[in-house]
Design a protein around this ligand. Structure first.
Ligand SMILES: CC(C)(COP(=O)(O)OP(=O)(O)OC[C@H]1O[C@@H](n2cnc3c(N)ncnc32)[C@H](O)[C@@H]1OP(=O)(O)O)[C@@H](O)C(=O)NCCC(=O)NCCS
Length: 369
């Protein structure tokens, strides 16, 4: 018998899919309407296994934009074709599709008596992490399982200790402290250092309030603490001036910039102006430097705010980002949700450009030679 072909589902598969659903499940069946919805949805991956023109198995994964989590919504293999490796192949396809979507963690719920499915998931590295009471229509609980699809996430300990910025405008100091501490654990990360760095590196004004920190100010703060620093910035001249409303405040931001530029020149800090890409950041990282990169929070939180994060690693698919901003108080995040968060390379590339002018800025720091 030929190997089944795996491909995305289409509406033409609905009759076969309904038949599989009817023979595989007694309860909690997926309706045709739901299937049609998932087939059309950009937030779902729906793959079928086809042998001799007939659909014999399927898997559905649903995604949520901007979260690292995906859910394996349903999966079934026609009983006439079970125990032939098709479930295994579909699960691998679902994991690949989940990574392509940018979600490195896949979760699922399974009936605790579904020995076949539990065995398949366990064999593939899914770990049980919770039991949901009264989950299925027959009131039985669901076993919740999860797999981290990017082994580095779990197995490569991040060099960073997390520091949560304590003020809305201190992402730069918080990121710099984490980067310096990763290179030299003797560097303290506390509020007085956070505020001291902000006072050294701030642009003073931003929109209508306190300014954050610019790349030159952060590089100088690192230099003063004994670190080597280099700056890449997409254009010359003062940054963020166009976000400042009052003309007299804009003048202050300009004065601060030229003062920083003079000090950086005297300190011998290399400042390169011109567009750059992920490959440039990666090159510095692979030389052992820690990278602070300016991103726009727009693609994460929907706010058009410039924001500093630490880039703590790369692999073929992801850039690993540590974000000193945990999010709002009512969000259930903690520091470990913010350390080495994988972001798809192309997504990070879009994120690391701020505002209409697509401003790019990065500060690389290393221990003095
Ligand atoms: C679970 C299911 C998808 C597995 O599909 P499959 O094509 O038969 O699985 P594979 O042949 O690829 O087997 C892969 C692994 O699954 C496990 N497995 C599959 N059938 C099994 C069974 N009857 N008993 C115990 N383990 C079983 C084994 O670990 C197997 O590895 P092995 O062959 O090295 O022992 C299939 O049994 C099914 O469709 N069941 C009904 C629907 C369902 O329960 N879906 C899951 C909802 S969460």
């Amino acid at each position: 018998m030929s190997d089944p072909v795996l491909r995305p589902a289409t509406d033409a598969d609905l009759a076969d899919l309904g038949r599989i659903e009817d023979i595989c499940f007694d309860q909690d069946k997926m309706s045709r309407r739901t299937m049609r919805h998932f087939i059309a949805s950009a937030s779902a991956g729906f793959w079928v296994a086809v042998r001799d023109d007939a659909v014999i198995a399927y898997v559905v994964v649903i995604f949520r934009r901007n979260t690292a989590l995906a859910r394996l919504y349903s999966m079934a293999v026609d009983p006439a074709f079970q125990k032939q490796g098709i479930g295994q192949a579909l699960l691998a396809r679902a994991e690949e599709g989940t990574l392509d979507f940018g979600a490195p963690i896949l979760r699922l719920e399974v009936h605790p008596q579904n020995a076949a499915a539990i065995s398949l998931y366990r064999k593939n590295g899914y770990l049980e992490f919770a039991l949901y009471p009264d989950y299925f229509p027959d009131h039985s609980p669901a076993l919740r399982m999860e797999k981290v699809l990017v082994p580095q996430l779990m197995h490569r300990p991040s060099p960073l200790h997390f520091y949560h910025q304590t003020l809305p405008f201190t992402c730069g100091p918080a990121s710099l402290m984490m980067a310096m501490n990763a290179l030299d654990p003797a560097i303290e990360m506390d509020r007085s250092s956070e505020i001291a760095i902000w006072r050294e590196a701030t642009t003073i004004f931003m929109t209508s309030g306190h300014g954050g920190c610019g790349p030159l100010g952060l590089a100088l703060a690192a230099y003063r603490r004994g670190f080597g620093a280099q700056v890449l910035v997409s254009r010359e001249g003062p940054l963020f001036v166009d976000t400042v409303r009052k003309p007299e405040n804009r003048k202050v931001v300009e004065l601060v910039h030229y003062d920083f530029a003079d000090q950086a020149a005297q300190a011998g800090i290399s400042v390169t102006a011109g567009a750059f890409g992920i490959a440039d950041i990666e090159r510095h990282s692979s030389n052992g430097q820690m990278a602070l990169v300016l991103i726009s929070q727009y693609r994460i939180y929907g706010d058009k705010i410039p924001h500093w994060v630490v880039v703590s690693g790369f692999d073929d698919r992801f850039v690993y980002v540590t974000d000193p901003d945990i999010g709002e108080d009512d969000e259930p995040y903690n520091g470990s949700d913010c350390v080495s968060v994988p972001i798809l390379r192309h997504e990070f590339d879009l994120m690391a450009r701020y505002g209409r002018s697509k401003l790019q800025a990065a500060v690389f720091i290393d221990l003095p030679k």
